[in-house]
Design a protein. Structure first.
Length: 115
């Protein structure tokens, strides 16, 4: 879905959507709920990979994310956005789930090799 179409669906400009996407603006809970409805995902989808604890501190939703990749915001990288867009172009939910599981397994195996 384009930023323009997403913006139209939630009554925002595509520039406002870009600010959310880049993390320049914070997303309130009601807006997050609205975006989840438009995208057809549960709100929990946005937090599925979020660790419960970082550096021994339990993280709540209002706390900012800590970067683990040299301080670079991985979610704003072009590569990340292209990967997400390509992933959601996979229409078959079983195939999409298998791709998801494959990428997670590769990432985990790569991390284990580094340890």
């Amino acid at each position: 879905m384009s930023q323009e179409k997403l913006g139209e669906a939630v009554n925002l400009t595509f520039q406002q959507i870009q600010k959310y996407e880049r993390g320049a603006n914070r997303i309130g809970s009601s807006r997050l709920f609205q975006l989840a409805q438009v995208l057809g995902v549960p709100v929990s989808y946005f937090f599925d990979e979020m660790p419960q604890q970082i550096d021994g501190v339990t993280r709540g939703l209002a706390q900012p994310a800590q970067e683990h990749y040299d301080g670079e915001d991985q979610m704003s990288r072009r590569e990340t956005l292209e990967l997400i867009r390509a992933y959601y172009r996979i229409l078959n939910p079983q195939v999409r789930k298998r791709v998801f599981d494959l990428v997670k397994a590769i990432g985990q195996a790569d991390n284990e090799m580094d340890d």
